[in-house]
Design a protein around this ligand. Structure first.
Ligand SMILES: Nc1ncnc2c1ncn2[C@@H]1O[C@H](COP(=O)(O)OP(=O)(O)OP(=O)(O)O)[C@@H](O)[C@H]1O
Ligand SMILES: [Mg+2]
Length: 258
């Protein structure tokens, strides 16, 4: 069990969660969760329905106020800050409902997202630098939307819209990115493409991803945190988690990860 308070963040940690807890009228949806996500890591959050995965993301992003515990982005404590302040501090989140600008082209959506990054905001009045333009083109390529770049985002398919959103997060380049079930509603082929995009983000970005599709999880995860009834049940590599008897009993079933 990894439930001990962590205290001050270690150097190299992108996200430090220390004893995070929320009570909803006496019901503990998230119960003393502690974990450290390293910079460049891709962490998968696993757990049955109602385990507290989305609520944990709500606590990290400031959508829900914790009852106890602390959250750090890098060395900066963000506990209790308003959601938009946490976003400004460098937390990016992708929701189920897409937040693309439907009337703007795919390319323009990426340019707008890149300008939300305070580092490039100063250049906005001067137009895009060649480096910035190259970055947007790289991202169009990475998310497979080069041929759709001049189309309105509103004309994209469900899968393409999700990829544009991933591209917008890449352009924003937040310190930590939270993705809650990024393959929900996707076909098998779309799921595989999403896995490739997210895998390519690993190392360059720090990600926490909630996902149920085990083939997908095995494809992308550096480390896995398993939640059960609001608590951390286990944490480790895919192999560690597959071999963990408690995880099998609580979540994966006797046959393990497939
Ligand atoms: N605002 C709230 N008030 C009361 N209970 C809540 C609230 N938000 C979530 N819960 C409860 O907290 C528990 C955890 O919910 P959560 O949505 O975090 O689970 P999850 O792991 O994301 O599940 P799923 O895999 O179904 O998305 C559930 O029992 C849920 O009903
Ligand atoms: Mg959820």
């Amino acid at each position: 069990m990894i439930q001990n308070p962590i205290g001050a963040p270690a150097s190299g940690a992108a996200l430090t969660i220390d004893g995070l807890t929320v009570d909803f009228a006496g019901f503990r949806a998230v119960d003393t969760v502690s974990t450290v996500v390293e910079a460049g890591e891709l962490r998968v959050l696993l757990g049955a329905n109602g385990a507290g995965k989305t609520t944990l993301m709500d606590l990290i992003s400031g959508k829900t106020l914790p009852t106890a515990g602390r959250v750090f982005l890098g060395e900066r404590e963000i506990t209790g800050l308003e959601e938009h302040r946490i976003s400004q501090a460098g937390l990016g989140r992708k929701f189920q409902i897409p937040s693309v600008f439907r009337d703007l082209t795919v390319r323009r959506n990426l340019e707008v997202a890149a300008c939300r990054n305070p580092g490039v905001f100063a250049n906005l009045r001067l137009g895009f630098s060649p480096a910035q333009t190259r970055r947007v083109e790289d991202i169009l390529d990475q998310v497979g939307l080069v041929t759709r770049q001049e189309d309105d985002a509103g004309s994209l398919s469900h899968g393409e819209t999700q990829w544009l959103e991933l591209g917008m997060l890449m352009a924003q380049d937040p310190k930590v990115i939270l993705l809650d079930e990024p393959t929900a509603g996707m076909t098998e082929a779309e799921t595989m493409k999403t896995a490739a995009i997210i895998k390519a983000m690993r190392g360059r970005h720090t990600l926490v991803v909630v996902e149920h599709d085990m083939a997908f999880v095995k494809e992308i995860a550096n480390r896995i945190t398993v939640m059960h009834l609001g608590r951390v049940l286990a944490e480790g590599s895919v192999a560690d988690i597959e071999a963990n008897a408690e995880v099998r009993a609580a979540y994966l079933g006797a046959k393990g990860i497939r």
